[in-house]
Design a protein around this ligand. Sequence first.
Ligand code: FDA
Length: 323
Amino acid sequence: MAAAAAYDDDPNPTAKGDAHLISRSLLWVAEKPRVQRMVVHGPLTQRVVKRFVAGNHLEDAIASIQELNGIPVGGILDLLGEGVVDPAGASAAAESYLASLKRMDETRVDSTVSVKLTQLGLSFDKEQCLRHLRGLAAEARSIGKTLEIDMEQSQYVADTVEVYRRLRSDFEDVRLAIQAYLRRTLSDLERLRDLKPKIRLVKGAYAEPEHLAFQKKREIDAQYRFLIDWLFENGTDPAIASHDEKLLSHAREAARRTGAGDRGFEVQMLYGVRRELQEKLAHQDLRVRVYVPFGSAWYPYLMRRIAERPANLGFFLRALAQG
Ligand code: FDA
């Protein structure tokens, strides 16, 4: 199947020239309810979902993390879901995360847990979101685990950074994802500099307009390299979340230069992407973690994974054609 082949270990560079435009258009089209219905019920969908999502249930994610731990690669457990619009939904997500932490403790997996703040109510009640987050961070700490915060669309960035700053006064270990493609990112980091922030550096996965985000791969990569250097100088235990080997080499070089060394940072990758590379780096004694999503709310996550790689578009177009 053409689409499946695209997910295999493939060292070719992704977006070039118009590819970014195609990805943005795809993310825009993916928001249309009719398109969502066609993809969700499309005949090809389940095979592709399986490639990127551990399964519908917590136990599926735990089993995947146990398998990764054998390599040895750590996990980053993620309950799929975002854009929650009512307090009951946010509380339910927090409860599910508490149950996940309990199960992580029982099974003794090596894993962190990653949350999206809109899942915990950020878009309608920042204080409630912070209360949920504090509860999760405290529970994680009590079992020797750490919490990570994903970064979402640009309209949530200021609040997410603010929530991180407030949480950090009690929970030093929390990690925040920061997106290299956003023009505002360096000033966000400068404002966090006094905390020696613990950051997951990502390129950024949403369709953002040009006045907010760099659009060209070349520009985003240059910004990413600059921010790697910034994090090794000013941050704590940086996580370089990318499958781009040139950027990972840049991080290893920065780690050597600053004396952090290969064990002084984390490499983070996504479930189902560059699996051989994950294993290869773990065998080179780098600290590798893989983001393992589970749950039934996989649609927006899957669309971002497809949009990231133009070669994945074949799946999408075939699903539409057959829908
Ligand atoms: P790039 O897209 O250039 O890919 C490099 C190579 O990796 C490609 O040539 C290809 O071989 C492979 N590859 C990458 N993506 C693929 C895919 N979907 N399918 C098949 N092959 C693929 N974003 C965000 O906005 N907020 C967040 O919180 C996070 N969190 C996060 C956590 C972790 C652990 C990772 C690895 C990534 C994220 N992201 C994210 C996503 C991130 O912003 C970005 O979209 C992807 O990582 C893809 O960018 P790369 O840096 O891998 O480079």
